[in-house]
Design a protein around this ligand. Structure first.
Ligand code: C5P
Length: 222
C-alpha cells in the first residue's frame, strides 16, 4: 500500500476511457497507464512467436519477461515490443480480440500485476482498463466506470481507427465489440464490472468534453 494517489477509469472497449484518462493525466500532471496495451502487446508477442493464445503456462512465462517499453511522443503513446514499434499494429480490433483471449487466463493476469503496480509513481497515476478499480488498484481514491451503448462505441472506434489510417466497417466492429464485451464480462478472473465504490457514467449521449468535465469535478480535491 502506498499514499500515491490513483484515478482509475474502467469500462468496455470504446467507452472513451482511454481518451478521458489521457486528458486527466495531462490535466493533473500524473503518470498514465494504458493497461489494455499490455494485454494487446502480450497477444502480439504470442502471435509473433507462434504461441497458442490458450497456452496459459507459456503465456504467463512470456508475460513475466515481456520486453515492453511505453513512451510518449507528444500526445501519442508509443509502444515497443522487443524494440519494434507496434503502436499501430496492436490497435486493430483483431488485436483487441486476441488480447481479450490472453486476458481471460488467470496465470497471465497474475504475472502482469507487478508490472502494473510499478506505474504507481509520484505525483500520481491515471489508469484505464477493465479491473483497475476492482483488482489492480482497489485502494484508489477516485474510481470511474464509463460505459456507452455498443453502437455508439462501434461508431467511435470506427472514427479512431480511421484517424490512424485503419479501414473498418461499423457493423462488423459492433459485432466484434459485443463479442469482446461478453468475453471480458463473463470470464472468471477480474471480469469487467464496476467497483462497488466507482462512479458510473453513461457516455452514450455525452461528448468526450462533457465526460472530461464530469471526471474533473469528481477529482476536484486532488
Ligand atoms: O482497453 P483495450 O481495449 O485496449 O483492452 C484490450 C483487451 O485487454 C480487453 O478487451 C480486455 O480483454 C483486456 N484487458 C483486461 N484488463 C485490463 C485491460 C484490458 O482484461 N485492465
Amino acid at each position: 500500500m502506498t499514499d500515491i494517489p490513483v484515478l482509475t477509469i474502467d469500462g468496455p472497449s470504446g467507452s472513451g476511457k482511454g481518451t478521458v484518462a489521457q486528458l486527466m493525466a495531462k490535466k493533473l500532471g500524473w503518470h498514465y497507464l494504458d493497461s489494455g496495451a499490455i494485454y494487446r502487446v502480450l497477444a502480439q508477442a504470442a502471435i509473433k512467436h507462434n504461441v497458442d493464445l490458450a497456452d496459459e503456462e507459456k503465456l504467463s512465462d512470456m508475460a513475466e519477461s515481456l520486453d515492453l517499453v511505453f513512451s510518449l511522443n507528444g500526445e501519442s503513446l508509443i509502444v515497443l515490443l522487443e524494440g519494434e514499434d507496434v503502436s499501430l499494429l496492436i490497435r486493430s480490433e483483431q488485436a483487441g480480440n486476441a488480447a481479450s483471449k490472453v486476458a481471460a487466463l488467470p496465470l497471465v493476469r497474475a504475472a502482469l500485476l507487478n508490472r502494473q503496480h510499478d506505474f504507481r509513481q509520484l505525483p500520481g497515476l491515471v489508469t484505464d482498463g477493465r479491473d483497475m478499480g476492482t483488482v489492480v488498484f482497489p485502494d484508489a481514491k477516485h474510481k470511474v466506470y464509463l460505459t456507452a451503448s455498443a453502437r455508439v462505441r462501434a461508431e467511435r472506434r470506427y472514427k479512431q481507427l480511421k484517424e490512424k489510417g485503419i479501414e473498418s466497417n461499423i457493423s462488423a466492429l459492433e459485432a466484434e465489440i459485443s463479442e469482446r464485451d461478453d468475453r471480458d464480462s463473463q470470464r472468471d478472473v477480474a471480469p469487467l464490472r464496476p467497483a462497488i465504490d466507482a462512479v458510473e457514467l453513461d457516455s452514450t449521449s455525452m461528448g468526450i468534453e462533457a465526460v472530461f468535465e464530469h471526471v474533473s469535478t469528481l477529482c476536484a480535491d486532488v
